[in-house]
Design a protein around this ligand. Sequence first.
Ligand SMILES: [Zn+2]
Length: 478
Amino acid sequence: MAMDTRTGGARWSPTVGGGRQRTRRLAARTDVHLQQREGGGGDGKGKGAEAAARVGGEKESRKASPSSSLGPMPASGGLLWQRRGVETALVETVLSAITTYHMTVFPLSKRAIRKIDKLRRNFLWKGAEEAKGGHCLVNWPRVCRSKKLGGLGVRDLQRFNWALRLRWIWFRWKDQNKPWNGLDITTNSAEMELFRACTKITVGNGLRTNFWQQGAAPKNIAPLCYTLAYRKNLKVAHAVQQNRWMRGIQRMSSEQEISQFVTLWSRLSSVQLTPMDDDISWKFTADGKYTAKSAYDSQFFGSRPDFTWTRIWKAKAEPKCRFFAWLLLQRKIWTADTIIRRGGQTDSHCPLCNVRSETPVHLFANCSFSRAIWSQLALLNNQLSTTNYARIKDWWAAAATDGGKTQAVIYAAWNIWKERCRRKYDNKAMTAVQVANLVKQDLSLFLMATVSPAHCFDLVICCNCSSPPSMKRQNTCL
Ligand SMILES: [Zn+2]
């Protein structure tokens, strides 16, 4: 680690990974900035925690929390929120990853998946071994969806297990010289169905293709005939010889069975085998080859996102702030309406205006105090100031129209939430102008932490101006 003399903060050497380096640079500069903001010196130990506690007052917030039975309410920008971004990454890189080698070969039992999911869920929501229901703000199946589909991108272990094990079926087709070919690696019906859905078979001599279950899948064309057939593992070449596939089907007794038989028979009459070997290709990759990722993703085909979630995750903001935005858009933050709905007791009035009931959409979109902050940040237009929004997602879609605005909206929402918690639990208050300045400072800090060190000095000057800093505005400010 080296000292950055221009900013007075610590800067990690370039050997550290890009994302980690950026995060640590941000943390180091945030510490320095917060100390300057607070006018404190300190001995350099535990600066991050100290600063976070000063700004967020999480400990006080949690003590004053009106509903301890609901679990800790992530009140302000304290340590609990700072952990969220880190824990999401750790769940994926450690708790999900440690099972990968085992799952590549063996099917994971449902009991094992339940236990691992419990560990991952508890660690994600509480950072500990045990978490109560109140800690888990979003249900686990949703967390396991991809970020594009509104989840956190945490791997679904069952689906991941199936996707990994498809490689053995694929190798049986494509690479028969591999030493593990011939080993008794059994596959279950779910894996076989997934493999059939993901592959396309070109029948040549018909010696490798299962007649009923692969290729055009007569099993799907004539399921009743498949039930009646004696030999269900016939290869195509053997099945079409002397019409062996019909053996057993003579027992047809219903019109439906006869109809399916005729359909299948007419389609088979045009089948011509060739001297070439049967071939297989993967449907979901450009080169037609199997990948575990495409096999995993294919299991979510047909799912449609209920919101443009990718814009949040692509926003240039700290993970904890994006995580907060993700919860906010699902109305999973601890506003008064949620606390009361879940059996807690608290003042239902909005702490910012003390007039209306506190709901997510009021707190961030309709509250007069919040609108004053949006106005200070030049993010309020005619539509946003005159519309009384009923859904937080509608307001968000109108406010965060591009990448730059999404970043500003995320940081503004984050600071409005901190101000709300300051007022509710710490009995301290800031004006709208002060909160807007905090948003600008957050944006400046993030910008300083994410641009190359060569530009840091210029940016410090840039951030002294009154407008929210951004890469585009840098030149105009200077
Ligand atoms: Zn209000």
